[in-house]
Design a protein around this ligand. Structure first.
Ligand code: DSN
Length: 429
């Protein structure tokens, strides 16, 4: 083993991951096979272009690798077309918008402070600087996306693109109604399914490819692959914005999307990451992955229930997926304070704005939690309830170092029974 200090740091991060309870809703733990593919010699290869149409020689093997990834992704989502090259979800979104929008065009997205994502039109992101963003949010009473507001804003603003999907929203999406609204105002409809992608792959939540003109995702959240992104298009879709080429032939949206990824947004694809995506997609195609997804959802439902029984305000009163947002205002603690105290107890969460928040994004009134990673570790419903009890203990006494120390000890002892690397598939209860 090299003596480079970096490897000491990697060991430290390994130990942090093994010792603690990981509740960040957007994280997961990949298998040893995914790690192996990602750390392979494929990182040495340049492969600008697509399989069979590269700008470099020697791509015959990576062509096959990328084709395996593409075929498996299509199978997972019943897709007609996919591009597996985006380096991240943000890259996938920027390529999708580059293909769909001209600078200054109006796009309608989910408000970041209600659970949306930076790349869905936030003023601090390219999407809010290059395009003209307008937003919908959640209903104050129900905590659910306000479809009347989506329709009203769409009718008034006539966006060219409507984006559904979120980074902090615990309910399934009504893609069919979004599509009706998009058709009524002449907009394209895009879903960003980054968070629930693994659950959608097994039919546990609605599939946006049935209604949306295009779908983007990350590959590393509930889908449990390497850090990365992709763009998909569903079967039997009309060409909603085909362009005439110089030769007069119609250039379909998939061609525009391919060109938007490369050369539009990126240079060489990361073929080692694409190989790891292929491995992860292969794992997700197996029946055990449905067992995993069902356990993720059962664990999340139990988590929401346990929080609510302890007097916490879970936005929308529960969850359909792997995650939830908790408004801590009735607990007299900010999101920042809660995150810091919990991290000190080896329970990792992130502070998060809640709808109609009164704090800044650096402080926030809430936390976001999810069960994708702890379910990969093998935790079940009873373990989740125990962990919520510890979270409650820390939040209720967050300035007391001895409470934090005692929870940390219990967390470390518990997690020592759940080996992380070299894990095997979880078995449902
Ligand atoms: N940062 C991701 C998340 O945590 O949801 C989204 O990009």
């Amino acid at each position: 083993m090299s003596k480079d200090i970096v490897f000491d740091l990697i060991q430290k991060e390994h130990d942090r991951q093994v010792n603690g309870v990981e509740l960040i809703a957007s994280e997961n733990f990949v298998s040893d096979d995914v790690l192996r593919a990602m750390g392979s010699v494929l990182t040495n290869k340049y492969a600008e272009g697509l399989p069979g149409k590269r700008y470099y020689g020697g791509c015959q093997v990576v062509d096959e690798v990328e084709d395996v990834a593409r075929e498996r992704a299509k199978q997972l989502y019943n897709a007609e077309w996919v591009n597996v090259q985006p380096h991240s979800g943000a890259s996938a979104n920027s390529a999708a918008m580059l293909a769909c929008l001209n600078p200054g065009d109006t796009m309608l997205g989910f408000d970041l402070s209600h659970g949306g994502h930076l790349t869905h039109g936030s003023p601090v992101n390219y999407s809010g600087k290059l395009y003209r963003p307008v937003f919908y949010g959640v209903n104050r009473e129900t905590g659910r996306v306000d479809m009347d507001m989506v329709r009203d804003v769409a009718r008034k603003e006539k966006p060219r693109l409507i984006v559904c999907g979120a980074s902090a929203y615990s309910r399934d999406w009504d893609y069919a109604t979004f599509r009706q609204i998009a058709d009524e105002v002449g907009a394209l409809l895009m879903a960003d399914m980054a968070h629930p992608a693994g659950l959608i792959a097994k039919g546990l939540l609605r599939n946006p490819l049935e209604h949306c003109h295009l779908v983007t995702t990350t590959t590393h959240k509930t889908l449990r692959g390497p850090r990365g992104g992709m763009i998909l298009v569903g079967k039997n879709f009309d060409n909603p914005w085909g362009l005439k080429t110089k030769k007069g032939t119609l250039r379909g949206m998939t061609g525009l999307l391919d060109s938007a990824v490369f050369p539009g947004m990126q240079g060489g694809p990361l073929e080692h990451v694409i190989a790891a995506k292929a491995v992860a997609f292969g794992e997700a195609l197996r029946p055990e992955f449905e067992t995993y997804g069902r356990q993720v959802m059962a664990n999340a439902a139990a988590m929401a229930d346990e929080f609510m029984q302890r007097g916490y305000h879970v936005i929308s009163g529960g969850t359909d997926n792997h995650s939830m947002l908790i408004d801590l205002r009735n607990k007299n603690i900010t999101g920042k304070e809660a995150e810091e105290a919990l991290v000190a107890s080896e329970i990792t969460v992130n502070k998060n704005m809640v709808p109609f928040d009164t704090q800044s994004p650096f402080v926030t009134s809430g936390i976001r939690v999810g069960t994708a990673a702890v379910t990969t570790r093998g935790l079940k419903v009873d373990d989740i309830r125990q962990i919520v009890g510890w979270i409650d203990e820390v939040i209720s006494d967050h300035t007391n170092p001895s409470t934090i120390a005692s929870v940390k000890e219990m967390v470390e002892e518990k997690m020592s029974a759940y080996p992380l690397f070299g894990w095997t598939e979880v078995v449902a209860e």
